[in-house]
Write a protein that binds this ligand. Structure first.
Ligand SMILES: Nc1ncnc2c1ncn2[C@@H]1O[C@H](COP(=O)(O)OP(=O)(O)OP(=O)(O)O)[C@@H](O)[C@H]1O
Ligand SMILES: [Mg+2]
Length: 252
């Protein structure tokens, strides 16, 4: 593991009242990389992200972002970060634009700056024409896109996306993929969690396969598949099955 990587996660653990949810997870993310955590329900993906985002106390281990440890300087870590949580965090009675402006102003932006950034982000997620509509009228996929736009309000250079495509129609899903790939092309570093193997395969430069609180394999999707045979004829689902004896989609 590279000590100079933009994000370094070292032997991270979390126990909830004696139950171990994350059990010695280590990985690093290079600047400009989309790194995936792929695993079934309960694998420990959200718990890992919450510790990395400084919103959940760490039992042991460390997270270092741009040289800052979450233990020594959590505010410096947070200044890099945009977090798109698994649960939607929106005000349904406000318009998409007002939702974004609210979060921007909460983060210390002046109204004009928040408005400019909000309009830019709505365009990025393909919702410019719905900017003034109430979020309560949006589809699940459109709400997810608003959630993603909110996580970009503070102009982060590191984005944590926790299952951003759950409950999303194919059109919104493609918008979300395009947005993430566009952000990556602009230099954004992304941590992406999913239990959809084809998403990890398509989007992520490298993938950590998680099961029961541990990373059981970590490599490029192609190298992971090559451990089983011709990577063009093997899926990450097959890799998960081989590693754990179970199917991703059946677990949890
Ligand atoms: N606040 C909590 N208190 C007790 N146990 C918890 C808490 N949060 C998570 N857990 C447990 O930790 C384990 C990992 O949960 P986590 O939510 O991190 O998994 P996940 O990989 O994000 O799953 P999903 O795909 O369903 O979102 C689970 O067994 C879960 O029940
Ligand atoms: Mg989760």
């Amino acid at each position: 593991m590279s000590e100079e990587a933009f994000v370094v996660v070292k032997d991270l653990r979390k126990a909830f009242n004696g139950t171990v949810a994350v059990d010695g997870v280590s990985f690093s993310i290079e600047k400009g990389e989309i790194f995936g955590l792929l695993g079934p329900n309960g694998a420990g993906k959200t718990t890992t992200i919450r510790m990395m985002a400084t919103t959940l106390p760490i039992t042991s281990g460390d997270v270092i972002v741009a040289g800052h440890s979450v233990h020594d300087n959590a505010p410096a870590v947070r200044r890099h970060l945009g977090v798109c949580p698994q649960e939607l965090a929106l005000y349904p009675e406000l318009s998409a634009l007002d939702n974004l402006m609210f979060f921007g102003q909460m983060g210390g932006q002046r109204k004009a700056e928040a408005r400019e950034q909000a309009l830019k982000n709505l365009e990025l997620v393909g919702l410019t024409d719905r900017a003034r509509d109430r979020v309560s009228k949006f589809s699940g996929g459109m709400k997810r896109r608003v959630n993603l736009a909110i996580s970009l309000m503070a102009k982060p250079d590191l984005l944590f996306l926790d299952e951003p495509t759950v409950g999303v129609d194919p059109q919104s899903r493609n918008h979300i993929f395009d947005t993430i790939e566009g952000l990556r092309d602009g230099g954004m570093t992304v941590l992406y969690t999913t239990h959809y193997m084809e998403e990890a395969d398509r989007l992520c430069a490298r993938v950590g396969i998680m099961d029961a609180g541990r990373i059981v394999a970590l490599d490029t999707p192609r190298n992971l598949k090559a451990t089983l045979g011709d990577p063009d004829h093997v899926s990450l689902e097959d890799v998960f099955l081989k590693l754990t004896g179970r199917r991703l989609r059946d677990v949890g």
